[in-house]
Design a protein around this ligand. Structure first.
Ligand code: GRF
Length: 190
């Protein structure tokens, strides 16, 4: 798992699939202060911090982070609020096995502040996407999506509290699919 922040999605995985259909073997963060690290510690999951400033460049950091995860036996890398792009050197280490959860119906509203973007646009249907990660910003193939109609939504907190439960159910579902070998194959590969 890769985290940068609060870690409610990490918690959802720890509370559902962990030690059942899948094993959360390691949690890496780019931010030492991420409360998500505490959640990993409480469940006895090894964690480590890979701060950008501790490495010569992002590539070196990503290579070290990928190596650490691979050594711990990670087969799927789940981004749960990880706030940096990953270098190709990282992605090539886990082909078709890096996924992210994003609080919009992609390809609408990629990047930061997806909910703010959607509110500014005045959308009436919000949603959540779990998708494969590529080198772009929230551009990889979609795995799962769920929508919710909020025709009168005005503020971020209201949308966030409607979307959080969707994230917390969709992300574990995608991990279960991976464990069963059911994630959709890349139509462009092979
Ligand atoms: C979630 O809204 C997720 O969609 C986005 O970052 C947030 C992470 O929240 N990518 P948490 O740290 O899992 O609570």
């Amino acid at each position: 798992m890769l985290v940068s922040g609060t870690g409610t999605n990490l918690q959802a995985l720890l509370d559902t699939v962990h030690e059942r259909e899948a094993q959360v073997v390691a949690v890496a963060s780019n931010a030492a202060a991420a409360p998500a690290l505490q959640r990993a510690e409480e469940r006895g999951v090894p964690s480590a911090v890979f701060a950008r400033g501790d490495y010569a460049d992002r590539r070196e950091r990503d290579v070290a982070m990928a190596g650490w995860l691979a050594e711990r036996g990670a087969r799927l890398v789940v981004l749960a609020g990880y706030m940096e792009l990953l270098r190709p050197d990282f992605l090539s280490r886990f082909p078709d096995a890096v996924i992210n959860v994003h609080p919009s119906l992609l390809p609408a509203f990629p990047g930061i502040d997806a909910i703010g973007q959607a509110l500014a646009y005045g959308v009436k249907v919000f949603g959540v996407t779990v998708h494969f990660v590529d080198e772009g910003v929230d551009t990889g193939r979609v795995i799962l999506q769920r929508a919710v109609e909020l025709p009168a939504a005005r503020d971020q907190d209201e949308v966030l509290s409607a979307l959080r439960p969707l994230e917390h159910s969709l992300l574990p579902e995608a991990v279960r699919m991976f464990a069963r070998g059911e994630l959709p194959a890349d139509p462009g590969a092979g």
